[in-house]
Design a protein around this ligand. Sequence first.
Ligand SMILES: [Zn+2]
Length: 410
Amino acid sequence: MGQEDAEIFAGARIFGPPAEAYGTGLADLATATSGWNDQSDLVNTYLARMSYIYGRNINAKSGLDAFKSQLIRIEATVQVRDGLYGVFDNCDVVQFLGCLTMAAKSLCGRDVQVYIANTRGSTPKIETLATFANKEIRTRILNPKWAEGMLRHGFSGAIEIDKNVELMFIWDSVHSDTVKEWMWQQVVEKYVFDNMRNQLIHANPHAFKSIAAWALEVARRGMWVPDAATLTQLKDLYIQTNVNYGVTCCHHTCANMAFNQFVVMGSSLSLDQLHQFANTLNRATGRTVNIPAGADAPAAPGPAPGTPGMEVSADEAGEQPAAEAGDEGQRAYEVAKTDPGAPGQPSMPIVAIAGVILLLCLFGAGYFKAEILSLLGFANFSSRISSISSLFSSFSWIYFFMIFLKFLSA
Ligand SMILES: [Zn+2]
């Protein structure tokens, strides 16, 4: 190493992503749950991504060792919150403050204090992240007024609730002190087990499935250890809603087959219902989940008969999964609304169009009867058949409208 490089590495204090890139990339990695096993994967990705040195005449110089040597000395981290945005409604705090803390703890092997410089209001104060996060969880996602306010916005409000739950998962993954187990328990009781479930499903069944899936994923990873009955009920509701509404395919659901296997293994639903879930998943992803016992039982595709007492029923809005089969292992598929009437019965419009053309010809024959008869040399007889022709034209129009109405109703 030359003297110039040695001076740059020794004096480096400002680190960030590569030139012209933004963010740590950790929010995307953490939520793609099949892409990482334990926290060391997240730490390595953070270090690789954020170890570029910036300074006077230094623009994104790669300096992993210099970055590590600074992280080892960290005792506390802090980030400012000065507006309405908190720590669970956007990914910036977790990907910068959370991941910086995670990487420092991992390298130095001791605890690192995390603070929020809360400059909201007239009296700025320093709070621990745990205090700040606890207040935000209680006043937002666990607050009935907040939930009702979100659900008044229907589909998009349900997405906002899901986003907060997703941020809980990311925080729990990178800095588990922020999210306590009782928080997961209460989120599940409120949004998955309680009356809020029906409102949420009605507003946006895909957001409901996503929320249930986040809770199941933290349970699968042992970040939250619910009692057996809670876990079974959570699995059953997740499966049942997927059968009724189709799979919601994204990074933490369809794309993670270990997750899907975990879900079916502890479910108390019937084999028939489990096979329906497996079929729905297979139609969407082309991938197979193994049903525990009696897996050779015939599987019947289509909507589930429903589980008594669970009150998870597909409404009649026509939500259908886009059942696209794929052969790439990690591919995920979006769920789209389809028009059940669109692809079927192509013969009806063709018959209707042919009928309309025929009737237009008959009407034309009636309207231009004089010219036609003249051309054929029957001009003298035109007056005799005039009344018959007019009558025929009228019947043509009536028949035309009947066909048209039939066409519209089809
Ligand atoms: Zn997802």
